[in-house]
Design a protein around this ligand. Sequence first.
Ligand code: M7G
Length: 183
Amino acid sequence: IKHPLQNTWTFWYYAPDRQKTWEESQRQISSFDTVEDFWALYNHIIFASELKQGCDYSMFKKGIRPMWEDDANKQGGRWLMHLEKKQRSCDLDRLWLEILLCMIGEAFDDYSDDVCGAVVNIRTKGDKLAAWTADATKSQSVMEIGRKLKDRLGINQRQTIGYQVHKDTMEKAGSITKNTYQV
Ligand code: M7G
């Protein structure tokens, strides 16, 4: 018998395509609800570090699309980690896997219900990892999720990570979105 997960999760892949909108370019890979099926999928797909520039992987709870517009995300935001270019080869895959394991293992205790999913962006200017949560106004939940994430990813205590509200990201004119929280 396989080991059931608390939630069913869907894995997504995004590749830029000039013939399509951003939303149309998000493709579901598959869904799973057991530990064994997670590893079967994980072992079947290429590492995040091997994706082409501009591509993303996401993993969200089933029924939540990996976009701001989804009902589950529209009041939410994300803990965002900017990686240095050189970290793609040494850290990215390890950190991405750790975020995935935090998600499927419900590592955020009482706050796991507030978690929507995780995203990795492969970008020339520096890759990004994010954990998306459902409600940016739930400060205690957001902060606990941020602290746990920082701890599990082994981020240096002296380094801070920021939480950005999707509405701010959506409306940003320049390239910088303000941090609403940080840990
Ligand atoms: P990005 O891929 O999050 O980061 O956003 P990047 O700037 O490092 O590449 C790039 C662009 O993708 C945004 O400016 C939007 O046009 C589009 N985009 C990204 N996200 C997360 C969304 C989303 O949730 N919904 C929609 N409609 N567009 C998005």
